[in-house]
Design a protein around this ligand. Structure first.
Ligand code: ADP
Ligand code: ZN
Ligand code: ZN
Length: 814
């Protein structure tokens, strides 16, 4: 006897774990990990999935276990490597096994499934079996039977139903209510050509229409055809088709047809042409191929400036993988998953590409998933979660724009896609390619330590120059009497470019709650003396706080650096910039893109479309406009204030600013006219701004790495953030306090540093007061045990109105 661990479809907190069930003898060969099952739960039957078989050594207690009622899949839906990956997720990210396993399930796995049965290849044999016989087979031949109907016809004998499946007496078809494959009924021949020819001769007198149809079909090589299609093409009625079915010459089968998410929507401009690779691209491809063949398959950092042809290198690397009989997963940031991107992969690999993203209907997603699972598609292209695509024989995993924040999952399981991708690649001996024009410090550090190799594309394709970049000192503007948010230089450049008929992109990067305090006279920003992170202004207490260590200082009326009264907390909205732009350029058409204007579905595409068609002169927006857009007519990019992202109270503020500026500057001058980028700032000498403007990546990375090392920030350490939330502020605070205390007690000496509990940066969210405890640790294995213990204990701390969460691989402190 065996037992299995089952994750059920139930989502309530109390059952957020797996349950053990006994497997009855009759279901033994189907009860495999990854298969869906029906299990008794209380008085009900619920759906579940087998996540593993348990040790048969425990067999003595087996008798007390409830048995599973049925196995729903003939083949396990979830492959073994994904089950293994899910187990790893729950270990590494401290989430429930339920949350981890859900992550790898096919879309709609627990949706309602309708299963029905039709005669199979072994149907003839079944007619002679006791308990089945001609009666049951006759009924099946007339029309498909549901599971209940067939089971009733077999006298309720589940074992016989299963045996019949195994021997091919009948075949099982599924039709999900929402997400099953879409099927059509197709006519297929039962007999061979010669017998059918003879039958047609014989029927000519008695059933001329059927004979005619059969002859026509023979002339088409007995191609399986949908019934309607057959009648239409042959010009013979549907009844004739039914007649042939009744005579047992033809049989109807349900065939799944695919809902093609790309059909009718591909822009079609990608012809799949393969340009000749340039020198750098060839070297990059060779570096990837080398790792495909190397025993240790080290990740490859493909470091290429914007527009340098990285995607072309991915495409070639994919070809190489496919040539070796391997498959590939390509991850792109959700925002970059446009029809154009998809068309490029489709253009090269056609039907072999399966696309997975959040805009697909559940049915489309299911179909694409199953195509990968069955091996009909060899390449999965998708956003973050596509790393869990059921791709077997994986040879290559690409993470485009690997530095993107959207690669971090911010709800449980709170995984870091780079880590998961690496793990997945390791499972299969595949190569992980990390591509970016502005790699994360993590990627750079991997290369420095020799854990990854690096290859770079230094120039834009076609030798186009990178845009010229100027930095404007806003302190000086103020000194010289310009109090507007536009510098004289930016205003002048805009006027000139707009006059020439060029377009402008204006970036107003703002995070709603990033209220740092800055002196407009000298550029001084109030920082925490312990953390070197900007302090956040709290209106309620009229004080400044460090969100990292809890340091607090009263709000100052004058600048502690220069004594001027021009000190204020900062934050200008896109709406104010828009008003100002209308005032300065009354005839210009402006498209504004921020969370307010893009809330509606499709608004994003529509606004960008207007700008792309030249119906607007100025595109104004938040960081959502910074990436991946390619408009040849953009001659100018203006950044209203580089400081907004620079002073976000987060250790990655400089990194994000550098990345944002380099990426946004990459939008200018994509066409024939050289572009210009104007960056306004109160900190013109900041290394992140200077390095971005001067195109000196080395300067930035060396300086930033040194700073991270000195402050013991990632990638030199990892951060865990424990958060409590409760409608009552002091309950949230007390819970955070006790987590802090417990962590200090259980962490092994030297494994990590527990910082003081304090209010979270978003101190109140959806009616809950939030507090947090940050832990810096060196290595997961040192802290895993202790973390798990505190995690278990903390579960009830804020119940029932509040919650406790932990992110053990926090990417930001916000
Ligand atoms: P990236 O991904 O680095 O931004 P892309 O791969 O999108 O760059 O390349 C930019 C443009 O240059 C694309 O239109 C692409 O088709 C084209 N391209 C890439 N490589 C070559 C090449 N070797 N020769 C000619 N055109 C190329
Ligand atoms: Zn000052
Ligand atoms: Zn601090």
């Amino acid at each position: 006897m065996i037992a299995v661990e089952v994750l059920t479809e139930l989502r309530v907190q109390a059952v957020d774990r797996t349950f053990t069930y006994r497997v009855p003898e009759s279901l033994k060969s189907w009860a495999l990990p990854g298969a869906r099952v029906l299990v008794p739960f209380g008085r009900r039957s619920v759906m579940g999935i087998i996540v593993e078989r348990t040790d048969p050594q425990l067999a003595e207690s087996l008798a007390e276990l409830k048995p599973i009622r049925d196995v729903l899949d003939t083949e396990p839906v979830v492959p073994g490597d994904l089950l293994e990956l899910a187990a790893w997720l729950s270990e590494r990210y401290l989430c429930t096994r339920s949350a981890a396993f859900r992550t790898v399930l096919p879309p709609g796995a627990f949706g309602k499934v309708n299963r029905y049965y039709e005669p199979g290849p072994g149907a003839a044999e079944a007619a002679h079996i006791a308990g089945v016989g001609g009666g049951v087979m006759g009924r099946l031949a007339r029309r498909p039977l549901s599971r209940e109907q067939l089971l009733a016809a077999l006298g309720g004998d589940l074992g016989t139903l299963r045996t019949g499946l195994a021997r091919g007496w009948w075949v099982e078809r599924t039709e999900g209510q929402v997400v099953g494959p879409k099927t059509v009924r197709v006519a297929v021949p039962v007999l061979d050509k010669k017998s059918l020819q003879e039958a047609a001769e014989r029927m000519r007198g008695r059933a001329p229409r059927q004979a005619e149809l059969l002859t026509w079909w023979l002339s088409r090589d007995l191609d399986p055809l949908p019934v309607g299609e057959m009648a239409r093409l042959s010009g013979v009625s549907r009844e004739a088709v039914s007649g042939l079915v009744k005579r047992g010459l033809v049989q109807l089968e349900s065939r799944a047809i695919r809902r093609d998410p790309g059909s009718g929507r591909d822009p079609g401009w990608d012809t799949g042409e393969r340009p000749e690779l340039n020198e750098d691209q060839r070297r990059a491809l060779a570096a990837i191929v080398t790792q495909m063949e190397a025993p240790d398959h080290r990740p490859v950092l493909l470091y290429g400036v914007t527009g340098s042809g990285k995607t072309e290198v991915y495409l070639r690397a994919m070809e190489e993988a496919l040539r070796r009989g391997r498959r590939a997963i390509v991850l792109v940031p959700e925002i970059a998953l446009t029809p154009q991107t998809v068309a490029r992969f489709r253009g090269r690999f056609g039907e072999q590409v399966a696309v997975l993203h959040s805009r697909l209907s559940p049915g489309e997603r299911h179909d694409e998933w199953m195509r990968l699972r069955r091996g009909e598609a060899a390449v999965a292209v998708g956003a973050r979660s596509a790393i869990f695509a059921p791709v077997d024989h994986l040879g290559l995993v690409v993470m485009d724009e690997e530095h993107e924040v959207s690669y971090k999952q911010e709800e449980s399981p709170r995984y870091v896609t780079r880590e998961v991708a690496w793990k997945r690649a390791a499972q299969h001996g595949a190569v992980l390619v990390l591509g970016s024009a502005t790699p994360s410090l993590e990627a750079i550090h991997l290369v420095e330590r020799g854990r990854a190799v690096s290859t770079s594309l230094k120039e834009r394709v076609g030798g186009r120059p990178l845009p010229q970049c100027v930095v404007v000192d806003m302190r000086r503007e103020l000194r010289e009497g310009n109090r507007s948010m536009f510098s004289r230089r930016l205003e002048r450049e805009m006027a000139e470019r707009l006059d020439r008929g060029e377009q402008a992109v204006i970036l107003m990067n703002r995070r709603g709650y990033s209220t740092f305090v800055l002196c407009r006279a000298c550029g001084h920003v109030m920082r925490c003396p312990h953390c070197d992170i900007s302090l956040t202004y709290h209106r309620s207490g009229e004080d400044l706080r460090c969100h990292y260590c809890g340091y607090t200082t009263p709000y100052a009326e004058t600048c502690p650096n220069c004594g001027s009264p021009y000190i204020r907390y900062f934050g200008t909205g896109t709406q104010r910039v828009e008003e100002e732009l209308r005032h300065l350029f009354p005839t210009a058409e402006i498209v504004r893109m921020d969370v307010d204007t893009t809330r509606r579905k499709g608004a994003h595409e529509e606004l960008l479309g207007r700008f792309a068609r030249g119906e607007a002169n100025i595109l104004l927006g938040t960081q959502m406009i910074a990436k991946g857009l390619d408009f040849p007519n953009v001659g100018l990019v203006g950044v209203i204030s580089a400081d907004t992202s620079l002073h976000v109270p987060d250790f990655r503020a400089a990194e994000r600013t550098y990345q944002l500026l380099v990426q946004v500057a990459g939008r200018a001058g994509r066409g024939d006219t050289p572009g210009i980028t104007v960056i306004q700032t109160y900190n013109p000498d900041h290394y992140a701004i200077r390095a971005a403007a001067d195109q000196q990546p080395r300067v930035f990375y060396l300086r930033e790495l040194a700073g991270r090392r000195a402050g013991d920030y990632p990638p030199f350490s990892e951060l865990a953030v424990w958060r409590t939330g409760h409608p009552e502020a002091d309950r949230a605070a007390r819970a955070a306090g006790s987590i802090e205390r417990r962590l200090k007690e259980v962490l092994p000496p030297g494994a990590g540093r527990v910082l003081r509990a304090g209010p979270a940066p978003l101190g109140r969210l959806r009616g809950l007061y939030r507090h947090q405890v940050v832990v810096k640790y060196r290595q997961w294995s040192d802290v895993a045990e202790a973390f798990r213990e505190v995690w278990r204990e903390s579960a009830g701390l804020c119940d029932p109105e509040g919650s406790v969460s932990v992110d053990v691989a926090a990417q930001m402190l916000l």
